[in-house]
Write a protein that binds this ligand. Structure first.
Ligand code: ARG
Length: 575
């Protein structure tokens, strides 16, 4: 495993430089694999050596250091590259160590690496998805859902305790409208059959009428008033809308492989938001802006050049007030070590203001709060038109994938084609979304996302299924025992060197919370797997060779599956 090799290298170097190995370990990097080309395994840039012993990453310095180092039973060769010293690991040892390690560690492979030893492993609260009831589930919510799920998976994998929270938009004027409109346009049967669809229909109808008809608008306001006052009938209708919506959402989340520990929502914080307003008032933080709004002044000079409105003129709370109450409640309830909010970048200012006000209120936990923001997806449409619900996207992905499967000659008939198509479609959506920097906008293209070759989720699934079917040949035998001589092949070594780098990739992905590093790593692994699959026959080989090769292919499959699961993809065994 990379760890052990990094340490062995660090120990060698530390003898020469007189530095503790721990200081050197983070600077020893596994070298990226370029196709089948053989190259050394690790490198150490001389200018990264702590203490500034080498001022420049020049060849002379690299040679100077390299000349003082000697190989041993682990390090078979020492050389130099541009400004760095390079190390090759004994091939036999490399093969045995990595394959055994993956076989033993399974899903935790790479997660106990020394590189991650300083990673905080406390309680992480991840808030994601957070759609608004009775409104459209826009593609931004889809991104929040898959990105939040990925972050939660990753944090959990490295040993954090994770709370997955959905903070529903379940309060506000839309409920006034729904309450007022339901008696007119609502239908019990339709509500039970398809709550999200029906509530949205009612909402669209009643908001159109409310625009023209003052009476409707008034009755919506009245309903909202009753709701705010806790009127039992109003509340019970609201509760039904909310419960039915959650039930429905949970079904779709399940298709997506996403779940939540808690369904929170804005509605929980209408009263507590009033307490926040009192608190802000008592601390003399509230001001009245020129247009009569009650605000918190966030400007440096106290001239209201930046402010956040926290109260309406009628005394009711706003989105940010409820968020303040929610954040403080979570701090008190969970005393989390970190909290991550996942939304699109249009809410950047909202979260900046939120954190700023929490800071003004002296809430120390705010330094552990983070807004992970992402860009827009353009052009995600279904054949029927705009995306309105999450379900629309999943259905579209599945039906397009089924079509592709029917047209393809190579795909075999699986027992449950719809399920296979669903998992392929979701993999495609996720990979398409995770390929670039989260903050970038991107144009969504179904055809491109669903291709089976190229860097797509379908390609990853295809590779995983191929490996799995190859492994069906595997006879049971002591898996750890194998002859490394049976694996002397360039395609094996390049793959092993890639497997060696997994912990570095996880480290970087975690540090930046950017899935693209993991995605591109898995694509690389997929390509290497396919190359190896071509050159290393299993069926025609002797039992020993076949066994060693299958052990090797299984290691690739394990790491591929681990990475896919972190991204939120369920690996397919058959296609
Ligand atoms: N419901 C909000 C929306 O759809 C997202 C909520 C994000 N989370 C938060 N704590 N404000 O825009």
């Amino acid at each position: 495993m990379a760890c052990m090799f990094r340490r062995a290298i660090a120990e060698q170097v530390s003898q020469v430089l007189g530095l503790p190995p721990e200081k050197l370990i983070p600077h020893i990097h596994a070298i990226q694999v370029h196709r089948k080309q053989d190259s050394p395994d690790f490198q150490l840039y001389v200018n990264s050596v702590p203490g500034g012993q080498f001022n420049a990453a020049c060849q002379t310095n690299a040679q100077k250091l390299a000349s003082k180092l000697t190989g041993n039973s682990v390090i078979s060769q020492i050389g130099t590259g541009r400004g760095c010293v390079t190390f090759s690991i004994n091939r036999d040892l490399l093969t045995k160590t990595i394959l055994r390690k993956i076989n033993q560690d399974g899903s935790s492979y790479g997660m106990n690496s020394e590189l991650l030893s300083n990673t905080p492993r406390g309680l992480t609260l991840v808030e994601y998805s957070s759609p608004n009831i009775a409104k459209k589930f826009h593609v931004g919510h889809l991104r929040s859902t898959i990105i939040g799920n990925f972050i939660a998976n990753l944090k959990e994998a490295v040993g954090c305790k994770v709370i997955r929270m959905n903070y529903l938009g379940d309060w506000g004027f839309q409920f006034g409208l729904l309450g007022a409109g339901f008696s007119k346009y609502g239908c019990e049967e339709k509500l039970r059959a398809n709550p999200l669809q029906h509530l949205f229909e009612v909402y669209v109808k009643v908001s159109a009428t409310a625009e023209k008809d003052e009476d409707v608008k008034q009755s919506a306001q009245d309903f909202m008033q009753r709701l705010e006052n806790g009127h039992p009938q109003a509340l019970s209708l609201w509760t039904r809308f909310r419960d039915l919506s959650i039930e429905e959402y949970a079904k779709v989340y399940k298709r997506l492989g996403v779940q939540f520990d808690e369904y929170s929502g804005e509605s929980f914080y209408t009263e507590k938001a009033q307490d926040i307003l009192k608190l802000l008032k008592s601390k003399e933080i509230l001001k009245t802006s020129g247009d009569g709004k009650i605000v918190v002044d966030l400007s440096e000079q106290g001239d209201l050049s930046t402010y956040s409105t926290v109260m309406r003129s009628d005394g009711t709370s706003l989105y940010i007030t409820r968020d303040l109450a929610a954040a403080i409640d979570r701090m008190e309830k969970y005393s989390f070590d970190e909290m991550i909010y996942v939304t699109d970048k249009s809410q950047e200012t909202h979260f900046e203001h939120l954190f700023k006000i929490l800071e003004i209120l002296g809430k120390e936990h705010v330094s552990n709060c983070q807004h992970v923001k992402f860009g827009r997806i353009q052009g995600m449409q279904t054949r029927r038109g705009d995306v309105i619900f999450l379900e629309d996207v999943l259905d579209e992905a599945r039906s397009r994938m089924l079509q592709n499967m029917a047209n393809s000659e190579t795909s075999k008939t699986t027992e449950d084609p719809a399920d296979t198509a669903e998992k392929l479609g979701i993999a495609a959506l996720i990979v398409q979304d995770f390929k670039g920097p989260l903050l970038s906008d991107y144009k969504f293209q179904w055809d491109q996302a669903l291709q089976s070759s190229g860097d797509t989720g379908v390609f990853l699934q295809y590779t995983h299924a191929r490996l799995q079917s190859l492994l069906n040949l595997w006879e049971t035998r002591e898996k750890e025992e194998f002859d490394a001589n049976c694996l002397q092949d360039p395609s094996v070594y390049s793959t092993l060197r890639h497997l060696l780098r997994y912990d570095e990739v996880i480290h970087k992905t975690l540090k930046e919370l950017q899935p693209r590093y993991l995605v591109s790593y898995l694509m690389g692994l997929g390509h290497l797997a396919n190359l190896a699959h071509h050159s290393l026959r299993v069926k025609e080989s002797s039992p020993d060779v076949a066994h060693a090769r299958l052990l090797f292919f299984n290691s690739i499959r394990v790491v591929l599956a681990n990475g896919m699961r972190l991204l939120g993809i369920t690996p397919l065994d058959k296609m």
